[in-house]
Write a protein that binds this ligand. Structure first.
Ligand code: ADP
Ligand code: MG
Length: 275
C-alpha cells in the first residue's frame, strides 16, 4: 500500500504513541521507518515548530528524522531505519549486560543527551524501550522518541508516562502542576540512572505492584543493590548510579558531569595484573 512517496511493507514495531512500518521511498528505493501517530489536539503551528526542531537534530546516537507529512487525523514521520531492535529486548534475552557493555551503552546515551540538552531539548521519556540498537550485531544505540511529548500533547504524554512510572523522576511525580524543574534536563538524567541500573542487573531500581509504594520509593530514592545481583559490580558503577538517582534535581549529575565520572572515563581493568 503506498502512502505519499512511500511503499509500505510491514509493521516493525508498536510504541506508546505510534505504529511503525518498514517503507521504501519510491524515488530512491531507500528503506526508512515510518512512524504513524494519531493526531491529537496540538495546534498545527506548534506541531510544525516541533517537527522542524526534530529535523535539525543530527547526532550518531539519535534516530534521524527525514521528513514528515500529515492527513486529517494522522501524522507520518519518516525516520532513519535501525535494525537492531529495542535495547529492552536485548536485556530480556541477555538478563543483564557486562559492566563493559553497560558502560558502552551508557556513554553513547550520555553523548546524545549532552547534545540534546545543549540545544535546549529535553527528551522526557528515557527508558530502554526508547533506546534502539542500530544493528543486530553491535551495541551502537540510537535514541528514539524525543520531542514526542510535544507532538502528542502534554495530557496524553503524562498519562502514558505516569501510568507506568518506574522511570519517572521524583520532581515529575511531585509536580503534575507547574514546577519549573519538572521538565528540566535533570529529568532525563534520572532516566539514565534507571537505565544504567537495569543494564547492570536486569531489573528496575524502583518496583512495586502497589502504585503508592512505588511513588514513595521514587520520591525518596529508596533503592538498593541486592547482593545476589550486584556483588560483582564495581563500586564506581554504583556511585555513578547514586549520582543520577538523586532526588534533588539541582544536585543530580548533568550529562556533562556524568560523562566525566570515573566509571565512564576510566578503563577499569578488573583482571589482576601479571606478576
Ligand atoms: P512510540 O513513540 O510510539 O513509543 P517508538 O519510537 O518507541 O514509538 O517505536 C516503537 C517500536 O517501533 C520500537 O520499539 C521499535 O521496535 C520500532 N521502531 C521505532 N523506530 C524505529 C526505527 N527508526 N527503525 C526501526 N524500528 C523502529
Ligand atoms: Mg516509545
Amino acid at each position: 500500500m503506498p502512502i505519499g512517496d512511500y511503499e509500505l511493507h510491514k509493521e516493525i514495531g508498536k510504541g506508546a504513541f505510534s505504529v511503525v512500518f518498514l517503507v521504501t521511498e519510491k524515488k530512491t528505493k531507500k528503506q526508512w521507518a515510518m512512524k504513524i501517530i494519531d493526531k491529537k489536539s496540538s495546534s498545527k503551528a506548534a506541531l510544525e515548530t516541533e517537527i522542524e526542531i526534530m529535523k535539525k537534530v543530527d547526532h550518531p546516537n539519535i534516530v534521524k528524522m527525514h521528513e514528515y507529512f500529515e492527513s486529517t487525523d494522522k501524522i507520518y514521520l519518516i525516520v532513519e531505519l535501525v535494525t537492531g531492535g529495542p535495547l529492552f529486548d536485548r536485556i530480556v534475552d541477555k538478563k543483564s549486560f557486562t559492566e563493559k557493555e553497560a558502560k558502552l551503552i551508557t556513554q553513547q546515551l550520555l553523548q546524545s543527551l549532552v547534545y540534546l540538552h545543549s540545544i535546549g531539548i529535553v527528551h522526557r521519556d528515557l527508558k530502554p524501550e526508547n533506546l534502539l540498537l542500530k544493528t543486530p550485531t553491535d551495541l551502537t544505540v540510537a535514541l528514539s522518541d524525543f520531542g514526542l511529548s510535544k507532538i502528542v500533547g502534554d495530557d496524553v504524554f503524562m498519562k502514558t508516562t505516569c501510568g507506568t512510572p518506574s522511570y519517572v523522576a521524583p520532581e515529575v511525580l511531585n509536580n503534575i502542576s507547574n514546577s519549573p524543574t519538572a521538565y528540566s534536563d535533570a529529568v532525563d538524567m534520572w532516566g539514565v540512572g534507571v537505565i544504567t541500573y537495569i543494564l547492570l542487573c536486569g531489573f528496575p531500581p524502583f518496583y512495586s505492584e502497589d502504585i503508592r509504594k512505588l511513588f514513595e520509593s521514587i520520591l525518596s530514592a529508596s533503592y538498593d543493590f541486592p547482593n545476589d545481583y550486584w556483588s560483582n559490580v564495581s563500586k564506581e558503577a554504583k556511585h555513578f548510579i547514586n549520582c543520577l538517582l538523586t532526588v534533588e534535581p539541582t544536585k543530580r549529575y548533568t550529562a556533562k558531569q556524568a560523562l566525566q565520572h570515573p566509571w565512564i572515563v576510566e578503563n577499569n581493568q578488573t583482571e589482576p595484573l601479571p606478576h
